[in-house]
Design a binder for this molecule. Structure first.
Ligand code: SF4
Length: 63
């Protein structure tokens, strides 16, 4: 399975990714940044939707 990664420098903490795949992404409210909490927590389709929904293009597939 491919691995998803977030460019935390680019992330603006909008929450779109968490809204679409809440088991994969989690926004740290204090830091205002999202991170991958469980790479296998969602389907690739769900993660592709999050990639499309990220306003700053901070989510990408690795490898
Ligand atoms: S959708 Fe993009 S900018 Fe928004 S919280 Fe997720 S990674 Fe950050």
């Amino acid at each position: 399975m491919r691995k998803v990664a977030i460019d935390t420098d680019a992330c603006i903490g909008c929450g779109n990714c968490e809204g679409l795949c809440p088991k994969v992404f989690k926004v740290d409210e204090q830091a205002g940044k999202s991170s991958v909490i469980l790479p296998s927590g969602g389907t690739e389709d769900c993660i592709d939707q999050a990639i499309d929904a990220c306003p700053v293009g901070a989510i990408r597939w690795e490898g």
